[in-house]
Design a protein around this ligand. Structure first.
Ligand code: M6R
Length: 616
């Protein structure tokens, strides 16, 4: 989704802006641009549809230089991807704005500003911000005062940055619903929507909070909070993530991230396992007391994170004996829900900035006693400084490290680990899980990184299997029990990056409709661990073969499913059934990756998608 980079320095910052945009490419975008104030005090701009590389090339052909500038990657919401809709947007020749988020009252503001004589050159909601700001600047004279007045009239979400040719020593920023971070340098300061964009220039960061307005100069930063009070925000040193910035030996970030899973699962477990027990305090000092009161769990998330929640439902009900509901955030946030007493509200998110998940959390927290309130909120999240983490009562940080590929891989498996730790903690504290089973699962969790490594060793086998899909247009994914959400995740991965239509079904549902689709052109992918549902699954597979369907089965090596005509078996390491969803995810990730490579798609930045969906 959209990205922002800005800076004010003694040196020309054009290359820093472009490098910052390149580092934000993983978020997904369709056009890019930047504006600088040059040494003659003139506001200059360059914008291009397509990749940052094209913007970079254009910049090399007609170089623009400046010591103050803002840059942006746009993911179209209002108005098609085009040069005139790309940011920065100007008002007159002096004022420029870049913006992430959506201004919901843009139509009313546009109407009002047109009445004041402003002429609009784009279809974006962002352009109302820059004209509104110009209007306020004429009233107040000072850019910070104008911004403070302008944001009061904006409804919706924004992370924005402004420069003004008439005040060329300052970079202004405002945050409400869309993250911004200030990067602190020596005699120069920067701004971005994600600190990854600024790792090239600094490792010291200051995170803006909701409602903050910042005035950033070369040697100072001033921040006003939502109430207009001058405030200090903490400075944090950033260590994590240096390794994430390059692909190393791998062709794509996605493949690198798939292969990182044994390591990041290990990190997610570190410090959270005792000898025979999960350490409940991993969820925070008050977790044990709170968990003892939990009688229900409500999980809310989007996309891959939602699938992690679906797996957790099987675990929570089976192992901890707690009723659990799971819902996609975009539905949950607009639904009138009935809250069961003592419900723990759990959000799951890689980024912690997904607009729907955040809105669902805020709705949940806003519930009053009378309407039925949640006992507490817990975020399972990969980004410690995210809004979701800051606004939740309890947190479990997954330790996946920055995930660059738009298709989520290591974030999912570390979420599953976090959710299993939650299940075991709830079972332990509430006395619903036997200590023998908890000890057995703790042991299994310790062995999990090794098992994941064994599954990844099948990389070449899966690559070979991927050839079956290169020319196909549709695929079915089947699983039973906790493997059904794994099948859903496998189908999501395949459609996201290979653009092949893929649907997942619980295998037992096949004969209730989807079997009609099965023929020789419809490969059916199945995950088959050796569990109590195996015999039933085998019958479902017979149903497919009998209709001429080609089967690709990821099966436990002891499952007794044989290779045969039209049946391709990939033998999986044996694993405890509870942990099987984590292990069986890996070959499905590899499968979608290799199919996408064969089809020549943009694996790390698939079309139309954004890494972090910060708008509705
Ligand atoms: O950052 P989040 O986990 O909240 O993101 C949720 C979804 O947008 C995300 O999982 C999306 O579905 C991925 N592209 C899946 O690969």
């Amino acid at each position: 989704m959209c990205g922002i980079v800005g800076g004010v320095a003694e040196r020309n910052i054009t290359a820093i802006l472009i490098e910052g945009l390149k580092r934000l490419e993983y978020r997904g975008y369709d056009s890019a641009g930047f504006a600088v104030i040059d040494d003659d005090g003139v506001l200059q701009r360059l914008r291009r549809v397509g990749k940052v590389a094209e913007l970079d090339q254009a910049q090399q052909q007609e170089p623009l230089a400046g010591r103050l500038g803002i840059a942006h990657t746009r993911w179209a919401t209002h108005g098609a991807p085009s040069e005139r809709n790309a940011h920065p947007h100007f008002s007159g020749g002096e004022l420029a704005v870049v913006h992430n988020g959506i201004i919901e009252n843009h139509e009313a503001l546009r109407h009002q500003l047109k009445g004041l004589g402003y002429v609009f050159t784009s279809e974006t909601d962002t352009e109302v911000i820059v004209h509104l700001l110009d209007h306020k600047l004429k009233m107040f004279g000072d850019l910070a005062d104008a911004l403070k007045a302008a944001v009061k009239e904006l409804h919706g979400a924004y992370g924005l940055s402004v420069i003004n040719a008439a005040q060329p020593d300052r970079l202004l920023a405002a945050r409400s619903g869309s993250p911004l971070v200030i990067g602190l340098g020596l005699g120069e300061n920067f701004l971005a929507s994600d600190q990854l964009a600024l790792r090239q220039v600094t490792d010291r960061f200051m995170y803006l909070e909701e409602g903050d307005i910042a005035e950033i100069r070369r040697d100072s930063v001033q921040i006003w909070d939502a109430a207009g009070q001058l405030v200090e925000r903490e400075t944090a040193q950033y260590h994590e993530g240096a390794e994430a910035a390059d692909k190393g030996e791998y062709r794509h970030f996605m493949l690198k991230e798939i292969h990182e899973q044994p390591k990041v699962v290990q990190r997610t477990l570190e410090g959270r396992l005792g000898d025979r027990q999960v350490l409940v305090q991993a969820f925070g000092p008050q977790a044990a007391e709170l968990f003892a009161k939990v009688r229900n769990v409500q999980i809310v998330a989007c996309g891959t994170s939602y699938h992690a929640g679906m797996v957790a439902r099987y675990w929570l009900e089976e192992l901890a004996g707690i009723p659990c509901q799971v819902e996609v955030a975009s539905e949950f946030r607009y639904r009138k829900v009935v809250v069961q007493p003592d419900t723990l509200f759990v959000t799951i998110s890689q980024s912690g900035e997904t607009a729907d998940s955040l809105a669902a959390l805020r709705n949940a927290k806003a519930r009053t006693e009378g309407e039925g309130r949640y006992l507490a909120s817990l975020a399972i999240c990969n980004v410690g400084i995210s809004s979701l983490v800051r606004e939740s009562d309890l947190t479990l940080l997954t330790q996946a490290g920055p995930e660059i590929g738009v298709a989520s891989t290591k974030a999912f498996t570390t979420q599953l680990v976090g959710l299993l730790l939650l299940t075991l903690s709830l079972g332990q504290v509430r006395g619903t899980l036997s200590s023998a089973l908890e000890a057995e699962l703790v042991d299994e969790l310790r062995r999990l990184p090794t098992r994941l490594g064994e599954a990844l060793a099948m990389d070449a086998t899966v690559e070979k299997i991927s050839e079956h899909f290169a020319e196909k247009h549709h695929t079915l994914f089947l699983g039973r029990g906790a493997q059904y959400p794994v099948a859903m995740e496998g189908a999501l991965k395949l459609k996201e990056i290979s653009y092949i239509h893929a649907e997942a079904y619980p295998a037992g549902e096949l004969k209730h409709g989807p079997l009609a689709l099965v023929d020789a052109d419809m490969p059916v992918v199945t995950v088959a661990p050796n569990n109590e549902l195996l015999e039933k699954l085998k019958s479902n597979l017979q149903e497919v073969r009998a209709r001429g369907g080609e089967l690709i089965v990821f099966a436990d090596r002891e499952a007794g499913i044989e290779d045969g005509e039209g049946t391709f078996i990939v033998s999986m390491p044996h694993i405890h059934d509870v942990l099987a969803p984590i292990l069986y995810t890996l070959p499905l990730q590899l499968l979608s990756y290799y199919v996408a490579v064969l089809r020549g798609t943009d694996v790390d930045q698939p079309r139309n998608l954004a890494k972090s969906v910060t708008v509705e």
